[in-house]
Design a protein around this ligand. Structure first.
Ligand code: CKP
Ligand code: MG
Length: 316
């Protein structure tokens, strides 16, 4: 039984080894990153059976993605290696405020070539949750219809659909992204936007109002991430909770925080997708978000179950 299937683009990531801007750095650290595989890694470390599906080039960077995810005990049996296309790379320009800028080299990559006809039922058989993000629909001409098809097929097979909008303004226009992402919200059961993403989609409104409007579109659960303030969650039964964030003194790199939140949240959902505690899921999400921002790298510091059970909660 697979607890979670994630589908998305995973890239090789370079960030400055020295504390210098990208323009002046001569040494880089090399790792991998991708929102959906970050979640797969995190959930695997928390003891869940996890599958990641992606399209990679038949190139050394694709090999690196495979070897890294293999060492994280992730099922890669459905990954496609494409002879003619390449594995993407991106660079992070670090700054002192923990909020790096990213530069992508991914246009025309293997992942941008996904089409609805690639979706196979056996990706989802004997699985409980599908997690996707709004990055995939931004990648290529047919990747929005591919994302929709994944969600529909998985739903028809009884999976719970989790969706993080992960809006990337560098990948598509505001108009296209708003329209596409709003069209995917009704296909999801669990919707996980950040507060700025929620406002971008529905306008500047109080968080309760935003959650209510998303619930009215279809999802059974909405969790809105509020950064250091924590997270607000609402269910279609009318439960609503504001769970404060955990105190962190040392913010080094906020990239990956949303995926860490999704990891924590979904680790609770996975135990019982139809009857989980929203409050516990929100606080597990906050905990993982606060851990991952304290180091460079998007997933490297994601904890094991044992590690989080031994860390005391520090409320703000
Ligand atoms: O929303 P997050 O900061 O958690 O997402 C981070 C990931 O997939 C990062 O690992 C990067 O590879 C990406 O989002 C992306 O494509 O921007
Ligand atoms: Mg995000």
């Amino acid at each position: 039984m697979i607890d979670i299937v994630t589908i998305g683009e995973t890239m090789v990531l370079f960030y400055p080894f020295e504390n210098r801007p990208l323009k002046y750095t001569s040494l880089f650290s090399k790792t991998i990153a991708g929102a959906e595989s970050n979640v797969a890694i995190g959930l695997s470390r928390l003891g869940k059976n996890t599958r990641w599906i992606g399209r990679l080039g038949k190139d050394p960077f694709g090999d690196m993605v495979i070897s890294t995810l293999t060492s994280e005990n992730i099922d890669l049996s459905k990954v496609i290696r494409d002879e003619s296309d390449f594995t993407s790379v991106f660079f992070k320009d670090m700054n002192r405020f923990g909020d790096p800028e990213v530069f992508y080299y991914r246009k025309g990559s293997a992942s941008s070539k996904w089409e609805p006809k690639h979706v196979k039922k056996d990706w989802f058989e004997d699985s409980r949750i599908l997690h996707m993000s709004g990055i995939t629909p931004a990648l290529g001409i047919n990747t929005l219809s591919f994302t929709r098809e994944c969600m529909k097929v998985a739903k028809s097979l009884g999976l719970t659909i989790s969706f993080d909008p992960n809006i990337r303004h560098k990948l598509w226009t505001e108009e296209n992204s708003r329209e596409a992402l709003l069209s995917l919200v009704p296909l999801s059961d669990i919707f996980l936007p950040g507060i700025e993403e929620a406002k971008f989609l529905l306008g500047d409104k109080p968080v309760e109002q935003l959650a209510k409007e998303f619930i009215s579109m279809g999802p059974a659960t909405v969790a809105i991430k509020l950064g250091e303030e924590g997270a607000f969650g609402m269910s279609k039964e009318g439960d609503a909770y504001m769970v404060p964030g955990e105190k962190t003194n040392n913010i080094v790199d906020t990239v990956g925080a949303g995926d860490a939140f999704a990891t924590g949240f979904l680790s609770i959902v996975a135990d019982d997708p139809t009857n989980f505690s929203l409050m516990v899921a929100l606080s597990r999400g906050n905990k993982l978000g606060s851990i991952v921002i304290q180091e460079k790298g998007d997933w490297e510091t994601l904890p094991s179950l044992k590690m989080i059970e031994n860390t005391p909660v520090k409320s703000r």
